[in-house]
Design a protein around this ligand. Structure first.
Ligand code: TEU
Ligand code: CA
Length: 560
């Protein structure tokens, strides 16, 4: 078997290379003051749990002052905490308490747009010549009074909202209560940099950057993502804020390709640590109708995407690794089996992802195998994107059943039902009715039962996180795909020096017989991870159980 020459020394080692990040959606994590809304005090109360899991970074979805039109991704004051979540003192306490648990907090930087209730916008809309006018993107109507162009909002309808007071339209990529900032304006860059440094000085460990690929947009040239100014803006931001601090920065970029991801994450370019790319997610979105008309998951296509990204960023830049987040469906429902093989498939998905090269992100509840939810009434859903697109698509002729099928599979509220802590009322999330209905299966899927079961998904994640700390091959080993055309098995190797790890995942609910190539037959090794019986030896073929997944640490002899 080929040994590998890449050594960690050739990688400029960073603390976040072996970090595992846990994303908290604060309104759904833990409600300490029993008002039905998760809060900062609730997060502080669960730091011991997160330490036990072994994560060392928390990505905190927005907790800033906001009218909550988009659950906090519409910020009206970047330097104040929404009263629903607590106070700035409690935020400082969370940063300090997390540090005592050796956990750093990265904040969600939402600066493609603000809330329309932000002071900058309420000033900007006062008059054409207001000093804040050019903080946002205003354009005159067309001769017939219609919108400047036919740009659509991601949340339905036109991307332009008319302001009668000044007779102009403002641009909003998302809801009309989320006006886009004008990043061509040096004043905007300056005030955002100042705000970022204000948070860095409070001791946060970095930023997740919301739709950062959009801040270089050129409206008049119809350029939305990856505009020519994007990377210069990020290099200026790096220099003006986090560049000389040892922090983690991850940019959300739905439009990224591996080549673009290298522009963001090549350390020599001094931009970001890494990006969230979504190619492995959007392969199940309909090219026209998007996620509301889901396409079947195709494992071969998925493997091609994963290999493209693993190989594409092998020697330059860095991958993030994730199945889900607050915008995406629950991993075990989307890619595994939420029924009979829920535990096995959740563990398989965890192993398949965590042995890849990059920084893994765990979304709250993923570590206990929480599933999608299936509310029958659209009124039970809360997400602005879901509600707006339901209305828009029904008006365009989709049926209720068609839209509910898309919402059940890909709607964002799947990830936002309250966290399951135990099997008491409201899953132990709150002593009062939560802001969003619970998933009814909290009685059997919850943290308390997971902690009491040594064979639970939780302990599988805990072990994977520890393995990343113990085995440098997981962090720096190079990636080579195996069985690339197999329609049920996702397998690959990681290699560093004379150490090899073989990772085999049966993505199907059937038993699979996998004939092994000569090069693998008869190899023995240490079983690092398994969701069935431990395997320590490879024969000429493997009989894989449904969703069976294992990782074998192989020592190659030197002279090979
Ligand atoms: O999401 C960006 C975004 O484009 C997604 O909302 C995507 O459109 C959809 O969810 C998947 O089809 C970021 C935040 O993660 C999201 O929560 C915010 O709603 C959005 O930006 C606006 O800030
Ligand atoms: Ca609360």
């Amino acid at each position: 078997m080929k040994t590998h020459s890449i050594t960690p020394q050739q990688q400029d080692k960073k603390w976040w290379h072996d970090a595992v990040v846990y994303q908290i959606y604060p309104r759904s994590f833990m409600d300490e003051n029993n008002d039905g809304m998760g809060d900062l005090a609730g997060i502080i109360s669960k730091l011991d749990y997160l330490k036990k899991l072994g994560i060392n970074v928390i990505w905190l979805s927005p907790v800033f002052k906001s009218p909550m039109d988009d659950n906090g991704y519409d910020i009206s004051d970047y330097q104040a905490i929404s009263s629903e979540f607590g106070t700035l003192e409690e935020m400082d306490k969370l940063i300090a308490e997390a540090a005592k648990h050796n956990i750093s907090i990265i904040m969600d930087l939402v600066v493609n747009h603000t809330s329309d209730e932000h002071y900058w916008f309420t000033e900007s809309k006062k008059s054409i010549d207001n000093p804040y006018r050019d903080y946002y993107i205003w354009r005159k109507p067309q001769a017939d009074g219609s919108a400047p162009n036919d740009f659509h909002s991601y949340f339905g309808g036109s991307g332009w909202e008319f302001d009668a007071n000044t007779g102009e339209y403002y641009f909003h990529q998302f809801s009309k209560k989320q006006p886009d900032l004008n990043w061509d304006n040096p004043e905007v860059q300056k005030v955002v940099h100042e705000m970022m440094n204000w948070w860095l000085d409070r001791g946060i460990g970095g930023f997740r950057m919301d739709v950062i690929d959009l801040i270089g947009k050129e409206i008049d040239n119809q350029v939305m993502s990856n505009g020519p100014r994007l990377h210069p803006l990020l290099q200026e931001m790096n220099k003006a804020t986090f560049g000389d601090r040892d922090v983690l920065t991850v940019g959300e970029s739905w439009s990224a390709t591996p080549e673009i991801a290298k522009l963001y994450s090549d350390p020599a370019r001094e931009e970001l640590s890494m990006v969230f790319q979504f190619e492995h997610i959007t392969i199940t979105f309909d090219p026209v109708e998007g996620k509301w008309k889901p396409r079947a998951f195709d494992l071969v296509e998925f493997k091609q995407v994963i290999s493209k990204w693993q190989i594409g960023l092998a020697d330059c830049g860095w991958n993030s690794l994730f199945w889900n987040n607050h915008d995406l469906p629950r991993a075990v429902s989307k890619y595994g089996d939420p029924g009979r093989y829920r535990v096995q498939s959740a563990k398989m998905l965890a192993t398949a992802l965590h042995f890849l090269k990059g920084s893994p992100y765990i979304y709250q509840g993923e570590e206990i195998g929480m599933t999608n939810v299936q509310f029958d009434a659209i009124e039970d859903y809360q997400d602005i994107e879901t509600l707006n697109l339901y209305k828009e698509r029904i008006a365009e002729g989709s049926s209720h059943e068609e839209m509910m099928a898309g919402i059940h599979e890909n709607g964002r509220d799947n990830a936002r039902t309250p966290m399951h802590w135990n099997n008491t009322a409201n899953a132990g999330f709150s002593k009062t009715k939560p802001w969003l209905k619970l998933n009814p299966n909290y009685a059997e899927i919850n943290v308390e039962s997971a902690l009491n079961d040594p064979d639970s998904i939780f302990y599988h994640y805990q072990k994977l996180i520890q393995l990343r700390k113990d085995h440098e091959v997981m962090v720096y080993g190079d990636y080579s795909p195996l069985f690339e055309l197999h329609t049920q098995v996702f397998a690959y190797q990681r290699g560093l020096g004379n150490t090899q790890v073989l990772v085999i995942n049966n993505f199907s609910n059937e038993s699979v017989q996998l004939a092994l190539p000569e090069s693998l037959q008869g190899l023995k090794g240490q079983c690092l991870s398994s969701n069935y019986e431990q395997r320590t030896e490879l024969t000429d073929a493997l009989d894989l159980a449904p969703y069976e997944s294992f990782a074998l640490l192989l020592k190659c002899n030197e002279q090979e």
